[in-house]
Design a protein around this ligand. Structure first.
Ligand code: F6P
Length: 547
C-alpha cells in the first residue's frame, strides 16, 4: 500500500495539536486526578502484564494514536505479514517468523508451499539431533559424549541464541556448556577454544547466508584448530551448520545431513525461533524450546486479535512513537530487573535499530518525522549505580522499559523483595520527581541552615515527569520469554508501519563491509593503497607499521 507522508496525515496532525495541549502535563497530576489510572492503563496477554500508566498521555492521546495506527494500515499490514505476503519489498520476500512458532495445523500455504510442514520437519530433525547429544548418544570421534557447544555466528545468528541461553540457564542441561563466538577479533575465538577439548566439542556454524565475513573466518579457524587435533573423518561428529545456503555449506566441508535449514523469509534478527535456535534446543531440550515457541505464538494470537487500544505490542509501539516524536526523546533504555535477562538490551538493539533505523520510506522518499530511538540499557539494579543519574537529572528525557518477574527462580526471597522494591521505586521516582519545595522541606527537617538549604536544593531537585513502562511476568520461563521477545518484535513491526519504513532489510550495514574488505586487502599487502582521506590513510599506515 502506498503511504502518504506521515506528517500530512489527518491523524498525525490531530496528534500534533493534541501534543501542544499535553505539553505542560505532569505525570504526578495525572495520577492525582485519576485514581483509576492504573487499571485503565494496564493490559495483560500471554503471561505478560504491561503497566503503561506512567507515560505522559491520557485516554484521548491513546485514541488519537490508535487512529494513526489505523490510518497507516497497521491491521492490514499485520494480516499481510501473517499471511506470508512479500512485505519485505526491497528484497521481495515474505516475513514469516510467526510461522516458526505456529502449530502444525492449520497448514500455512504460501505460493503453493506448505510452510508449516517445512517448519515442523526441521523442528523434528532438531529434536532428534538435540535429544541424541543431550542423552550422550551422539558421541565425539573418540567415543566421548559432547560437553561443550560452540555457536559461531554474528548478529541475529548470535544475539538471539546467546540471550535466550543466558535467560534460560536454569533450564539447561548440566553437562552442556554453551560458548558463543561472534567477533572477527581473534580474541573471541581464542578465548572459547582455550576452554574446550576437540574430543568433546560440537561446533555450530550459524549463518543465514553462510557468507558473513566474521562467521566464515571464525568457522575456518575453528576448523583448522580442530583438524590439527583430530583427523578429517572426525569432522562430521563435531561440525554442524545452520543456514539457508546448502551449496556454501558443502563447499565448507559440512555434510548436508548435518545441516539444519531455514528459509529466506526468516530475517536474521527474527531467527531465534528457527534452526538458528539449535544451541538453545541443545541447552534446554525440545520441550522447553517448544514452550518458548508457544509463548511467542500466544503473543502472536493476541497481536492478531486484540483491538488496537488493548493490544500490548501496538500500545508499546504507539507510546514509543509518542515519546519519540512529540516528547522528543532520543533514546529508549531497557532495564530488565532480572540478571538472567542481561543480554536482552543487546538483543533489542539489533531487533529495533536494524529494523527501524532508517530514513527513507518503503517508496524511497525521506521519512518526514523522527524514526527509531537509540535502544540501550543494562540490568537493574546495576544500572542504578552507573547511568541512572543521567536518567533522573540529565537534560534529555529517556523513557525506560522496566522488565521484572514477580517470583524469583531462587530461594533468597529477601533478595527478590529488594530487587522489585528498586524496580518499582525507580519508576515512581522517574514519574514523581522531587520538587524544590519538597527538597527544602526535607532539608529543614534535617536541621540545615537556610543558606545550606539554598545551596543544596537545586542539586537535590528531581524534575520527574519521565515516562516509563513496566512489564511483569510471574516467573521468567521459556513461555514468558517467548512472549516477551514476540512482544518487542511486533512493537518494532508496528512502528515500522507507522513510519512506513521497511523493517526487514538492512542496507545500512553494507557500506562499512565493502570498505573494510578494501582496507583489509591493503593491510595484508594484497592491494595497492587506495586514496582515502588523510585520517584513514594515517590509521592504515600506523597499522602497517605495527606489523
Ligand atoms: O550484517 C548484518 C547482518 O546481515 C544481520 O542482519 C544478520 O543477523 C547478521 O548480519 C548475520 O548474518 P548471517 O546469519 O547471514 O551470517
Amino acid at each position: 500500500m502506498r503511504q502518504i507522508a506521515l506528517s500530512t496525515t489527518a491523524s498525525y496532525q490531530a496528534l500534533e495539536t493534541h501534543a501542544l495541549e499535553a505539553e505542560d502535563w505532569l505525570l504526578r497530576d495525572l495520577f492525582a486526578i485519576d485514581p483509576a489510572r492504573f487499571p485503565a492503563f494496564t493490559v495483560d496477554a500471554a503471561g505478560l502484564f504491561l503497566d503503561y500508566s506512567k507515560n505522559r498521555l491520557d485516554a484521548r492521546t491513546l485514541e488519537l494514536l490508535a487512529d494513526l495506527a489505523r490510518e497507516r494500515g497497521v491491521e492490514d499490514q499485520r494480516d499481510a505479514m501473517f499471511a506470508g505476503e512479500r512485505i519485505n519489498l526491497s528484497e521481495h520476500r515474505a516475513v514469516l517468523h510467526t510461522a516458526l512458532r505456529a502449530p502444525r495445523e492449520p497448514a500455512l500455504m504460501v505460493d503453493g508451499q506448505d510452510v508449516s510442514a517445512d517448519v515442523h520437519g526441521v523442528l523434528e530433525r532438531m529434536r532428534v539431533f538435540t535429544d541424541a547429544v543431550r542423552a550422550g548418544i551422539w558421541l565425539g570421534h573418540s567415543g566421548k559424549p559432547i560437553t561443550d557447544i560452540v555457536n559461531i555466528g554474528i548478529g541475529g545468528s548470535d544475539l538471539g541464541p546467546k540471550m535466550v541461553c543466558l535467560a534460560l540457564r536454569q533450564y539447561a542441561h548440566p553437562r552442556l556448556k554453551l560458548h558463543f563466538v561472534s567477533n572477527v577479533d581473534g580474541h573471541d575465538l581464542d578465548a572459547a577454544l582455550g576452554k574446550v577439548h576437540p574430543e568433546t566439542t560440537l561446533f555450530i556454524i550459524a549463518s543465514k547466508t553462510f557468507t558473513t565475513t566474521e562467521t566464515m573466518m571464525n568457522a575456518q579457524s575453528a576448523r583448522a584448530w580442530f583438524l590439527e587435533r583430530a583427523g578429517a573423518d572426525a569432522l562430521a561428529k563435531h561440525f554442524v551448520a545452520v543456514s539457508t545456503n546448502t551449496e556454501a555449506i558443502k563447499t565448507f566441508g559440512i555434510d548436508p545431513a548435518n545441516m539444519f535449514p531455514f528459509w529466506d523469509w526468516v530475517g536474521g534478527r527474527y531467527s531465534v525461533w528457527s534452526a538458528i535456535g539449535l544451541s538453545v534446543m541443545l541447552a534446554v531440550g525440545h520441550g522447553y524450546f517448544s514452550d518458548l515457541l508457544a509463548g511467542a505464538h500466544a503473543l502472536d494470537l493476541h497481536f492478531k486479535e486484540a483491538p488496537l487500544e488493548k493490544n500490548m505490542p501496538v500500545l508499546l509501539a504507539m507510546i514509543g512513537f509518542w515519546n519519540r516524536q512529540f516528547l522528543g526523546c532520543p533514546s529508549l533504555s531497557i532495564a530488565p530487573y532480572h540478571q538472567d535477562l542481561n543480554r536482552f538490551p543487546a538483543y533489542l538493539q539489533q531487533l529495533d535499530m536494524e529494523s527501524n533505523g532508517k530514513c527513507v520510506t518503503k517508496g524511497g522518499q525521506p521519512v518526514d518525522t523522527l524514526t527509531c530511538p537509540v535502544i540501550w540499557g543494562d540490568c537493574g539494579t546495576n544500572g542504578q549505580h552507573a547511568y541512572f543519574q543521567l536518567l533522573h537529572q540529565g537534560t534529555d528525557v529517556t523513557p525506560i522499559d522496566f522488565i521484572a518477574a514477580l517470583r524469583p527462580g531462587h530461594e533468597m526471597g529477601h533478595h527478590h523483595a529488594a530487587l522489585l522494591a528498586n524496580c518499582f521505586a525507580q519508576s515512581e521516582a522517574f514519574m514523581r520527581g522531587k520538587t524544590t519545595a519538597e527538597v527544602k522541606q526535607d532539608l529543614q527537617g534535617q536541621g540545615l541552615t537556610e543558606a545550606q538549604i539554598t545551596d543544596l536544593a537545586p542539586h537535590k531537585t528531581f524534575p520527574g515527569n519521565r515516562p516509563s513502562n513496566t512489564i511483569l511476568m510471574e516467573y521468567l520461563t521459556p513461555y514468558t520469554l517467548g512472549a516477551l521477545i514476540a512482544l518487542y518484535e511486533h512493537k518494532t513491526f508496528v512502528q515500522g508501519v507507522i513510519w512506513d519504513v521497511n523493517s526487514f532489510d538492512q542496507w545500512g550495514v553494507e557500506l562499512g563491509k565493502v570498505l573494510a574488505k578494501k582496507i583489509e586487502a591493503e593491510l595484508n599487502g594484497d592491494a595497492q593503497p587506495a586514496q582515502h582521506d588523510s585520517s584513514t590513510n594515517g590509521l592504515i599506515a600506523m597499522a602497517k607499521a605495527a606489523v
